[in-house]
Design a protein. Structure first.
Length: 255
């Protein structure tokens, strides 16, 4: 798949809460084929202490408007610099990078589970699956009700459920505490979020013999498999998350 270096124009910045924001970026040229799970590697300009590009999952794609969206959590100086971008500013990215989620077979029951920045690739995945005729169960985990994001938008693509650690919204606990894990049977699970959450989903999937894929959020420097800083141990040896992933089947991982 062709990789491009493009400067994309910011057409809208959406502030979700004090932690998360969305950049809606427009391309002057037709978008390439982008699949759920792929990411961009963004150059951080106007930040003297940010030397390397930063990876961000592609949150949404609109081919009619020729735009992509990035869901970004403000956690450091690089993302803080991105939060200061204004309409009509440009963001230089390399994209689309990485592999993608595999698609379910017709008639399979699908579960999507996410937490933290893991919502980013799962939104595009849910939208894509819905366009293919699937209506997945979607379970999202948050610390509390004030941290909830993107759930209303996801409701158009599947059956959305919420967990919060303090019980202020939905079911109290972590994602795998939600009754859907006990009350429904699934053929396929897609997951992205904190590693402990993904491990809990992995344990559930393996104990129930469910096909499960996770999208890893390893640190990356180059994004193209040269620097080797995003290596993940797998049954196939040490693999680069940026090129061989970020999506892996849980049966491949030795984490």
């Amino acid at each position: 798949m062709t990789k491009l270096i493009r400067s994309l124009k910011l057409v809208e910045k959406i502030i979700l809460n004090q932690d998360f924001f969305i950049l809606n970026l427009s391309s002057s040229e037709p978008l390439p084929l982008i699949l759920p799970g792929q990411f961009v590697h963004a150059r951080i300009d106007n930040s003297k202490e940010t030397f390397l590009r930063r990876p961000f999952s592609i949150h949404d794609v609109d081919y009619d408007k020729n735009t992509i969206k990035l869901l970004i959590q403000q956690v450091g100086r690089g993302t803080e610099s991105l939060s200061r971008l204004n309409q009509d500013d440009y963001l230089n990215v390399i994209y689309p990078l990485g592999n993608s989620f595999s698609m379910p077979l017709p008639g399979e029951k699908v579960l999507i589970a996410g937490g933290g920045t893991g919502f980013a690739p799962l939104f595009f995945l849910a939208k894509y699956l819905n366009g293919q005729g699937f209506y997945p169960d979607i379970v999202l985990g948050f610390r509390n009700r004030n941290k909830i994001i993107v759930s209303d938008e996801l409701a158009g693509f599947g059956n959305v459920s919420i967990t919060t650690e303090d019980g202020s919204e939905g079911i109290k606990g972590i994602v795998t505490d939600h009754p859907v894990f006990k009350n429904k049977k699934f053929d396929r699970i897609y997951c992205c979020g904190p590693r402990l959450m993904m491990k809990a989903v992995e344990d559930y999937a393996k104990s129930n013999r469910i096909n499960c894929e996770v999208s890893l959020e390893n640190l990356m420097a180059c994004g193209i498999g040269i620097c080797l800083c995003c290596i993940e141990r797998t049954t196939h040896g040490n693999l680069c998350t940026c090129t061989d992933g970020p999506v892996f089947n849980i049966n491949e991982l030795l984490w």
